[in-house]
Design a protein around this ligand. Structure first.
Ligand SMILES: [Zn+2]
Length: 222
């Protein structure tokens, strides 16, 4: 790879550029079982540690390749596999609730896809129901599912929005995420205080007054 190509890769990482709302997946992404993936990743990660010069026979290090592999497949990135998507059962809006519902301060535990470092923060989600309503914890589960992939914050925001719009059969959904990126705070620019806010919405939330009503509802944890 030419030096200029590497430069470009750094730039893409630092500007968090991505142009697709779907997570880019290989066609054979889920041919292997979780156990087969853990087995393979374990070997690769052992190699990385050895290349860094670590003595993998040390008691404290010997289990690390397995721990990292299992953590990637079963915890941090379980949301890559559609089989792990939570069931989003909806109910008829029997009580005729037609105003805003806001679920705020949903914890975000994600990882940036450019550096594989943590993204942590909160999501705030609002919707105005038409015929369908959804169990509150389902919103948290959906946020968790999409967060547990290598992500860029903009895409995470859009994936949650589009899924809820489809599930609730209404465009009137808003998703706001305020998160800190370890790749900004611990490397590169090393800014410890900044956070990134993304807001995506549709339907009634296109209206500034409705959007302001949503913002006025929020009591965000700093
Ligand atoms: Zn990053």
């Amino acid at each position: 790879m030419k030096y200029t190509d590497l430069d470009l890769l750094e730039d893409i990482g630092d500007s968090h550029y991505s142009d697709n709302v779907d997570t880019p997946l290989r066609p054979d992404a889920f041919v292997k079982s979780d156990e087969e993936k853990i087995e393979a990743i374990q070997k690769h990660f052992k190699k990385i540690m050895e290349e860094l010069g670590l003595d993998i026979t040390d008691d404290s290090l010997s289990g690390t390749p397995y721990r990292v592999a299992k953590m990637y497949v079963k915890e941090l990135f379980y949301g890559l596999n559609p089989a792990n998507k939570p069931k989003l059962s909806t109910f008829n809006n029997k009580y005729g609730y037609r105003k805003m519902l806001v679920e705020q301060n949903i914890s975000i535990d994600s990882a940036c896809e450019h550096h594989f470092l943590p993204i942590t923060g909160f999501a705030h989600v609002g919707y105005i129901p038409e015929e369908k309503v959804i169990g509150l914890s389902k919103i948290n589960r959906l946020v968790n599912y999409y967060a547990h992939r290598p992500q860029v914050q903009e895409r995470l925001c859009l994936q949650i929005l589009k899924d809820l719009q489809e599930t609730l059969n209404t465009q009137s959904v808003i998703v706001m995420i305020n998160a800190e990126h370890l790749c900004v705070s611990s490397r590169g620019i090393k800014d410890k205080t900044s956070s990134t806010i993304t807001v995506e919405y549709g339907g009634a939330f296109e209206n500034t007054e409705i959007r302001n009503e949503f913002l006025a509802c929020l009591n965000p944890i700093e």
